[in-house]
Design a protein around this ligand. Structure first.
Ligand code: GLU
Length: 374
């Protein structure tokens, strides 16, 4: 289906641009200043047209490995982390050079999933973003790969996901993913001649998710699968998303101004910012619920202790947790009680909370506004 692009995009005020490793290196193994200059120039033009722009950049690890003369895609964690620290500073130096030519100041923000999952930290990040934009600075984000290790702790793991999370956090109207693919196809176009291009995606149906296959770019972390995950995060935020080929002339300008380029993901839903945060945050524990509680959740009612069967992990009131029913994560929530307290009141009617805990600030384990269904 092809819909009018301008109509889909509506009024675009705030844009997040994700630039992948393969785009920054133009498929080679050195940084392409020409490409970065072109992105900076297009960002300047978007800003001249009244739009606010934030960037999520990849490339730190790849650039660092090259600078250190290390072998590509190393398995050793310390080598990857060393490469990230070397590469991140080179990357920012390059962005700084490109944006300086446009008279634009940039800021570096490195984020981890642990930081993101902390409520205070993330609220504070919003103030930082607002303040930077009010000073006309372009914030440039990356995951803090120098201190994050997927083998050890929680990570975003790929910048498609990170860019969608930032777009959601910043209430962006549009996320543009500049990539080495020009959009979504019915099959992997490099393997199948009869693959058909899909200009517009209105629903993330199982068929669409199936189309992602396992396409991976040779240098970056993401593939089509992570891009569709990003589309789901954007959809929750009422943010449109476009995947487009980074080497197309003026791709960013054209995408953000409603020209038919790449694949656009339509978004008509919008859930609260707090629930969006919960869905993307790292969970500190799990509460297993029974069928009755599950029914209550789907009817947008709160979770009562009587419906809780089991508690695992150690969490405090207000931490993000998984709500599990029949072995599946059905929701994320921020509970009113700690793991230790919920363990003591699980399976009980709420009128017993005071007897057991010596206090009863809430009848519910989690209020419906603090439960985000998956
Ligand atoms: N954060 C990684 C880097 O800058 C890139 C992750 C990705 O390719 O999605 O090297």
């Amino acid at each position: 289906m092809n819909m009018d692009r301008k109509e889909i995009l509506g009024e675009v005020g705030r844009v997040v641009v994700k630039v992948g490793t393969s785009s920054i290196t133009m498929g080679g193994d050195t940084v392409s200043s020409e490409f970065m200059d072109s992105v900076a120039e297009q960002v300047r033009k978007l800003r001249d047209g009244g739009k606010e722009v934030l960037i999520v950049t990849s490339g730190a690890i790849g650039i660092g490995l090259k600078a250190m003369n290390a072998k590509p895609k190393p398995k050793e964690i310390p080598v990857r982390q060393a490469a990230a620290s070397v590469g991140q500073s080179i990357l920012m130096q390059k962005w700084n050079d490109s944006f300086q030519k446009q008279g634009i100041v940039v800021a570096q923000i490195l984020i981890t999933l642990n930081d993101y999952s902390d409520r205070e930290t993330i609220l504070n990040l919003n103030n930082t973003i607002d303040s930077l934009l009010s000073y006309n600075v372009v914030p440039i984000f990356n995951e803090n790969d120098a201190i994050c290790v997927k083998e050890i702790g929680p990570m975003f793991g790929d910048n498609d996901t990170l860019s969608a999370v930032i777009a959601s956090r910043a209430d962006a109207d549009l996320l543009v993913i500049l990539s080495d693919v020009d959009g979504l196809y019915t099959k992997n176009p490099s393997l199948h001649e009869d693959a058909a291009f899909i200009p517009t995606v209105t629903e993330l149906t199982p068929e669409i998710l199936e189309m992602a296959g396992d396409t991976m770019s040779s240098t970056g972390t993401g593939g089509m699968r992570t891009k569709l995950k990003a589309a789901a995060i954007c959809k929750d935020a009422g943010c449109r998303m476009i995947i487009a080929l980074s080497t197309e002339k003026d791709v960013l300008l054209r995408a953000a101004t409603g020209e038919d380029i790449g694949t656009v993901f339509v978004s008509d839903t919008h859930i609260s910012k707090k629930k969006r945060w919960m869905k993307a945050a790292h969970s500190m524990g799990t509460v297993v619920i029974d069928d009755g509680a599950m029914k209550a959740l789907t009817e947008h009612r709160s979770l009562l202790p009587v419906g809780v069967k089991e508690v695992t992990g150690q969490f405090s009131k207000g931490d993000v947790i998984d709500i599990v029913c029949k072995g599946e994560i059905v929701a994320k929530a921020t509970p009113n009680y700690s793991s230790e307290e919920i363990s003591r009141i699980r399976g009980m009617h709420s009128d017993r909370i005071r007897d057991v805990l010596g206090k009863c600030p809430y009848n519910d384990v989690a209020l419906s506004e603090n439960i985000a269904l998956m």
